[in-house]
Ligand binder design. Structure first.
Ligand SMILES: Cc1cc2nc3c(=O)[nH]c(=O)nc-3n(C[C@H](O)[C@H](O)[C@H](O)COP(=O)(O)O)c2cc1C
Length: 155
């Protein structure tokens, strides 16, 4: 048996960027902080994320059939913390545009990838969600990193 604490401690040594996954359902915006983003396939263009079965935002985003991945820049650690809290109004005070999927695109991010949900696969305590990319674009800046449970900068 692998203990959850040991698993988390070891995998926390894999540094990643940080995203906020957003969507809209019944005219309400939803979102949560997500580090498990993957550019899965170039042709066709597919992305993947891993979503906890416990996420309270995901069922609404999933019901809409679409989502956006907002790639955070190095100054957005506070936003990442806010979107990692369940059950609060995460969008209060947040500035965003609306993308072609209807998903909030948070201002000041490094990149945006909008997708249609192609498959959701239950795997352990997460879903692997595969999205077909509908649109994407980037902006200048440096990334927010996550390593050993702390945010950091690339340079
Ligand atoms: C840096 C960071 C990375 C995270 N990555 C993920 C992730 O990849 N998948 C996930 O389901 N939750 C992830 N979380 C946790 C969710 O953001 C958190 O559980 C949040 O409360 C979920 O919000 P919700 O209940 O509104 O869906 C991460 C949190 C942080 C701070």
């Amino acid at each position: 048996m692998i203990s959850p604490d040991k698993f988390k401690e070891v995998v926390s040594h894999f540094a990643t960027g940080v995203t906020i996954v957003t969507g809209t359902h019944d005219d309400r915006p939803y979102g949560f902080t997500c580090q498990t983003f993957l550019s899965l396939s170039v042709d066709p263009a597919l992305i993947a994320i891993a979503v906890s079965l416990k996420s309270t935002s995901w069922p609404s985003i999933s019901a809409s059939g679409k989502f956006a991945v907002n790639v955070l820049n190095q100054d957005q650690g506070e936003l990442a913390n806010t979107f990692a809290i369940s059950g609060i109004d995460k969008f209060e005070g947040a500035s965003f545009d609306i993308g072609i999927t209807g998903s909030p695109l948070l201002l000041g991010c490094l990149g945006y990838i909008e997708a249609e949900i192609e498959r959701e696969i239950e795997a352990g305590d997460h879903y692997i969600v595969i999205g077909k990319v509908l649109d994407l674009f980037r902006a200048p800046g440096e990334p927010l990193l996550y390593f050993k449970t702390k945010f950091g900068k690339f340079i």
